[in-house]
Ligand binder design. Structure first.
Ligand SMILES: [Zn+2]
Ligand SMILES: [Zn+2]
Ligand SMILES: [Zn+2]
Length: 64
């Protein structure tokens, strides 16, 4: 039992052992995660929104 979790901080996807995207020696589930969503590329998993984390500046969380 050696499940691989994506190295993307907010990603909870399992890494497909047959399709590992390497990022600094860490396994990611997708190229987007491996590149840390530089352009906001979404995670291939429909339930995962890890691309929304790691960047601040979300106007929806600004309560003044
Ligand atoms: Zn993800
Ligand atoms: Zn991922
Ligand atoms: Zn990700």
């Amino acid at each position: 039992m050696s499940e691989l979790k994506c190295a993307c901080p907010d990603c909870q996807c399992d890494v497909n052992p047959q399709q590992v995207f390497n990022h600094d020696g860490e396994a990611c589930c997708s190229q987007a995660c491996a590149e840390q969503h530089p352009n906001g590329e979404p995670c291939p998993a429909p339930d995962c929104h890890c691309e929304r984390s790691g960047k601040n500046g979300g106007p929806d969380v600004n309560g003044n």
